[in-house]
Design a protein. Structure first.
Length: 271
């Protein structure tokens, strides 16, 4: 790890996070690739910056989908069963798998599989295969996402703890394979990741507190942190809106090709 994270490196990493959090190409995998290209290493002094980038992309989701969020909460607090309550329950159901994996098995999974470029490359190839399969499959589309489908989509999100396995790609592709309507799937996929991302950020903050604030913020200036945060937020807003339209048009095959090429190149680079 270099002694300081420059404003330019923070800008590029912020753009990568904002763009790839929503596009089905794996934000964690691309951040790992970006850090490797800059000669950075993911360690204690990168933790605070990573948390900032994730919070920035959560805020971009809230900005783009604020009408849907207000609708869910307004229906939820009517204290009766309605469409918003059903939607909220499905989001809670989708959180169960990732909650179990995140709290109990995340460290074990990372220890077993690691987080090097070889793992990133292999998982990008898996993402490519999943996106391609969902593109060519043509199941009957359902109007609403059922609780069972919400749980299965949540399982796909839990598997995306591996770097290079796209969270949005896994959830959207799984939902498409289950036959859910494209017009509502991307929106559900982005809303369902808000609680897990915030939960993961809280766990990271706890780790930062255990390490000590000075260790966690070492190598990151306030200016670089602010530039990365703003870049991730602004690019995330654009990517979120763009991705919803892409899913509606069903053009995920191009992302499958991209993940296949980058995955193969990453595997080759890792050797």
């Amino acid at each position: 790890m270099t002694e300081t994270l420059s404003w330019f490196e923070a800008l590029i990493l912020g753009v990568i996070q904002g763009l790839t959090e929503y596009l089905p190409v794996s934000s964690s995998g691309h951040l790992a690739i970006g850090q490797a290209l800059f000669g950075l290493q993911d360690g204690e002094d990168q933790l605070a910056f990573t948390v900032l980038l994730h919070i920035a992309t959560v805020l971009s989701t809230v900005v783009i989908l604020w009408k849907e969020i207000v609708w869910i909460f307004s229906d939820l607090f009517k204290w009766k069963w309605n469409e918003g309550t059903r939607y909220a329950v499905n989001i809670i159901i989708s959180m169960i798998p990732v909650g179990i994996v995140g709290l109990l098995f995340k460290d074990k999974v990372e220890t077993i599989f690691g987080s090097g470029l070889l793992v990133v490359g292999i998982c990008l190839l898996v993402t490519a295969a999943l996106l391609a399969f969902s593109y060519w499959a043509r199941p009957r589309q359902r109007e609403t996402i059922s609780p069972l489908h919400a749980f299965v989509i949540g399982l796909a999100q839990a598997l995306a703890v591996l770097p290079g396995l796209s969270r949005s790609g896994s959830t959207i592709a799984t939902g498409l394979l289950l036959g859910n309507k494209k017009e509502t799937l991307a929106q559900f996929s982005f809303l369902m990741v808000i609680p897990p991302i915030l939960g993961e950020a809280l766990l990271d903050v706890k780790d930062m507190a255990e390490m000590g604030i000075s260790a966690s913020l070492g190598g990151i200036s306030p200016v670089a942190a602010l530039i990365g945060f703003v870049a991730a937020f602004l690019v995330g807003c654009l990517a979120c809106k763009w991705m919803i339209n892409i899913v509606r048009r069903g053009k995920l095959i191009w992302f499958a090709l991209y993940c296949a090429v980058v995955g193969a190149a990453t595997i080759a680079f890792s050797f």
